[in-house]
Design a protein around this ligand. Structure first.
Ligand SMILES: Nc1nc2c(ncn2[C@@H]2O[C@H](COP(=O)(O)OP(=O)(O)O)[C@@H](O)[C@H]2O)c(=O)[nH]1
Ligand SMILES: [Mg+2]
Length: 414
């Protein structure tokens, strides 16, 4: 399998990164084993909720994913989350944990910037009151910018000399300089497309280099803001300020501590919680035949508070939507490789759509095949109805997203 999509959670200390990671990873239902082999303390598998292909074909009854879950046609597809701690103002100069976070960042396909909008923590994460979270949005982007720019400028002289003496293309030279951030040629080309005009590399002045770095950041680190701690009474006015000042930023209002609490109550059978919605039901709502545990006053009050302060005001805790927004940013499409294109089962057995991978929209199906099957010789690719799909046809939601790869018998690695 190719590399997984990685979503990195970034933000100053005490903004709620760890809480968010926890809230997204302890799914209430029993879920399948991890698809990831190496699990580190700051890494976990979250679940991106998508409309499962099984609902399109009325096969939800027999949908049983190998990884993640499917409940009534809503499928949780595993997605790797990374808690990147240690980003503080001037981290690129070696403050805080210094450059450790920077190597974590290179793994990321996109960022979720957790912003504490309650204003109760300062730029370093220390307790305060009335801090303006607008600052955090700006310094964090600057921090990443200075890190990349610094690395590039350090050796710019020799980069240019080499570039001219080897008569390389701008793309090749940048590929060498920026490839270390886990950026392939295609990604760097997309960044360069954003720079207009683009003179020959040896003519770039500082302003042009900075523009290139900004463009690179846009494609390498697309960012969703999680405006977190919205349950706090001071959050409203800060949220309005942020949206007024940065109308184009993608942001989602969240309360990760609420999500952690609700998932815990659900796993302990105090409530039924419909993930991503405002709906929670207790034994008071559903009666004893629901099998839910009776509530004591403390839990009952806390649930009432959560309904008033979070669920009814904002429609949900925002956590499910947060991951969906990140997936939108990356244009991810759930693609279902199946062994049998008529029954959608995998080889033997009655269960359908056992596998699902997240693929960037517009990817040719042959690249999907490579990602899933590795370097085997593909004889043909079939789509729904057994129709033949061309290698260069691309995937989209509902289009070429259910595929069966036929490999050449005995055609192993080449
Ligand atoms: N009110 C409120 N507090 C939160 C929320 N999320 C996290 N916190 C609190 O903020 C503090 C820091 O959270 P933590 O996840 O450890 O932050 P990290 O340093 O970014 O990993 C903890 O006391 C959390 O309980 C939230 O949504 N609302
Ligand atoms: Mg933490």
């Amino acid at each position: 399998m190719g590399r997984e999509t990685v979503v990195a959670l970034v933000g100053k200390p005490s903004s709620g990164k760890s809480t968010t990671l926890n809230s997204l990873t302890s799914a209430q239902a029993k879920v399948g084993a991890f698809p990831f082999t190496t699990i580190e303390p700051n890494k976990a598998s979250g679940f991106l909720e998508v409309e499962c292909a099984c609902s399109r074909f009325g096969k939800s009854e027999s949908c049983k994913p190998n990884y993640g879950y499917c409940r009534g046609g809503k499928r949780g597809v595993p997605i790797m989350l990374l808690d990147v701690a240690g980003l503080v103002p001037n981290a690129h100069l070696g403050r805080g944990l210094g450059n450790k976070f920077l190597s974590d960042l290179t793994e990321a396909d996109c960022l979720i910037h957790i912003v504490d909008v309650s204003g109760t923590t300062d730029a370093e994460g220390k307790a305060t009151r009335g801090y303006d979270p607008l600052n955090d949005i700006e310094w964090l982007q600057d921090e990443i910018f200075h890190w990349i720019l610094g690395n590039l400028m350090e050796k710019w002289g020799s980069v240019v000399r080499r570039h001219t003496s080897t008569k390389s293309s701008t793309l090749e030279t940048l590929r060498q300089q920026l490839g270390g951030y886990n950026a392939n040629k295609e990604l760097i080309a997309r960044a360069l497309d954003l720079v207009n005009p683009l003179p020959p590399l040896q003519e770039w002045d500082n302003a042009k280099i900075e523009e290139v770095v900004r463009a690179f950041m846009d494609v390498k680190f697309p960012t969703v803001l999680s405006l977190n701690k919205m349950d706090h009474p001071d959050s409203d006015k800060n949220v309005s300020k942020i949206i007024l000042k940065h109308p184009k930023l993608r942001c989602v209002l969240t309360s990760s501590i609420t999500e952690v609490f609700l998932r815990k109550l659900a796993s302990q059978n105090y409530i039924k919680y419909d993930l991503g919605t405002e709906f929670i039901d207790t034994i008071d709502d559903l009666g004893p035949e629901s099998g839910l545990k009776p509530l004591d006053d403390k839990i009952r009050n806390r649930i009432e508070n959560i309904r008033d302060l979070v669920l009814y005001r904002f429609g949900s805790t925002g956590l499910v939507q947060l991951l969906q927004e990140a997936a939108n940013l990356l244009d991810l499409v759930p693609v279902y490789p199946v062994r049998n294109i008529n029954t959608f089962t995998g080889g033997s057995g009655e269960y359908v759509f056992r596998d699902c991978v997240l693929i960037k929209k517009g990817t040719p199906v042959i690249s999907v095949a490579r990602k899933i099957m590795g370097e085997v010789t593909i004889a043909s690719i079939e789509g729904v109805g057994g129709t033949r799909v061309g290698e260069e046809d691309t995937v989209d939601v509902g289009k070429n997203d259910i595929l069966s790869f036929k490999i050449v018998p005995g055609g192993g690695a080449h």
